[in-house]
Design a protein around this ligand. Sequence first.
Ligand SMILES: [Zn+2]
Length: 81
Amino acid sequence: MTRAAFRYVHWTMGRETAPEAPEMVHEMECTTCNAESGAQDDFEAARDWAFAHTGGNPSHRGYREIVTRFWRMTPEGGGGT
Ligand SMILES: [Zn+2]
């Protein structure tokens, strides 16, 4: 039999507020050749990459956007780091 002790802690989950964490990160992938824009803090940069990619490869017209958002768990009552 396995026994384990758990400290009973309530957690809240909120958006990451660390100054180095972007609100979200955008990445475009071409659905024809899987070329990637790379992670961009600004959607416009990912979009511009897609325009340039289609400009150089006119038959590549479909894109998949991957959006990453950052979250953080904090114990109620503070004390989180
Ligand atoms: Zn492509």
